[in-house]
Design a protein around this ligand. Structure first.
Ligand SMILES: [Zn+2]
Length: 369
């Protein structure tokens, strides 16, 4: 059995959670080690601390995919007398690479925020704060009928034709291609100097501009012709907005007090902090994983009755109270939903012969009494 290269694993992962979805200055990507090696096991974790590295060593994982970047601010030194230096030393000594997918995984469709919205059973969800708008292009390629499936497959695998909850979307039209190979040509069909006529299909697919080069490369590799005829059009169409946080509705309204209990149960936390009147009914919910202090007004503007986010500051809580927005703060650690989310996504979509393991190390620093 051949194990994949680290680069292949990350290419598959980034089809879901590309780096360009990250907020500016968010240090996403490879943090430690190399991806240029065969990888049998990948450990998925929210944070990288010494216990997580020990777990990776014990389980034979040579790549860690983490949500929180282990090197968030530039390192000034690598002194191994201090925790971070020791952590880096251990990773390198054991040849363990660390790759971080932070705000790009928050924004990604099916990423952290969608996982949290799903855990809360929110329906008809939309993005709370738009942070990214894709430019779209259409690729149209002319291909002999015999190779239609092969080219469509290659385009789809490269991410072309991914529209909302659908993938491998394309449109095919049949027609006739005409060409005359010249003396220097090595034609797949026909012979030099003779006019040729052949049944060809035109396949059209939509793709984000940032991803078009990868798709064109894959399309050309799968195409039988020496000179591939294709067009790339810029589209005015817009993709659904992508961004941070989700807003959706609960199946039935409940009191803020009941909702607080519901959040504890659904997000698996022992306690939550609550701002607002316990008796007030809530139905429309905004959720943003991690620290959502900045987005109180965005949640209110989105029409939320209650905002679920972590790391709430005292004064921000007072501001929320003042604008009549209830808040439930389950802490930052609820982002642990990404662990199983990434494991499931990669197991289902990557098609790679390697094992994705959910870290069992609890990185929550708080204890509740
Ligand atoms: Zn976070």
């Amino acid at each position: 059995m051949k194990f994949p290269n680290g680069q292949q694993i990350i290419e598959e992962f980034e089809k879901w959670s590309p780096k360009y979805l990250a907020m500016e200055d968010d240090p996403v990507g490879l943090h430690v080690g190399t991806l240029n090696k065969k990888i049998e096991r990948v450990l998925v974790t929210l944070d990288v601390n010494e216990a997580v590295v020990d777990e990776a060593i014990e389980k034979g994982a040579s790549l860690i995919i983490a949500h929180h970047p282990p090197i968030y601010r530039p390192l000034k030194n690598l002194q191994t007398d201090f925790p971070q230096g020791r952590l880096m030393e251990k990773l390198i000594k054991h040849d363990i690479a660390v790759y971080a997918a932070h705000t790009n995984l928050d924004v990604a469709q099916g990423g952290v925020n969608d996982l949290l919205a799903d855990a809360l059973g929110l329906q008809d969800t939309s993005v709370m704060v738009q942070t990214y708008e894709a430019e779209l292009v259409k690729i149209a390629v002319f291909v002999p009928e015999s190779h239609e499936d092969q080219v469509r497959e290659a385009l789809g695998k490269a991410g072309a034709g991914a529209i909302g909850d659908y993938e491998f979307c394309s449109y095919t039209l049949s027609g006739t291609g005409r060409f005359r190979p010249t003396q220097g040509a090595d034609p797949f069909i026909g012979e030099a100097g003779k006019m040729e006529k052949t049944a060809e299909s035109k396949i059209e697919v939509v793709i984000r501009k940032q991803e078009k080069d990868r798709a064109i490369k894959a399309m050309i590799a799968a195409h039988p012709y020496e000179e591939v005829a294709y067009d790339v059009f810029t589209l005015e169409n817009k993709e659904l907005p992508m961004g941070l946080g989700r807003v959706g509705t609960l199946e039935t309204a409940m009191s803020l007090e009941d909702f607080a209990e519901f959040v504890k149960e659904r997000l698996d936390v022992p306690a939550v902090r609550v701002v607002g009147d316990f008796t007030k009914p809530v139905r429309k919910v905004a959720v943003l994983g991690g620290d959502g202090n900045k987005y109180i007004t965005a949640a209110k503007r989105a029409g939320a009755d209650v905002y679920v986010t972590g790391d709430l500051y005292f004064h921000v809580a007072q501001d929320a109270e003042a604008i009549g927005l209830a808040v439930v703060d389950p802490g930052h650690h609820v982002e642990k939903v990404m662990i199983q989310g990434v494991v499931d996504y990669m197991a289902q979509h990557s098609g790679l012969n390697c094992t994705f393991l959910a870290s069992e190390t609890n990185t929550e620093p708080f204890r509740f009494k």
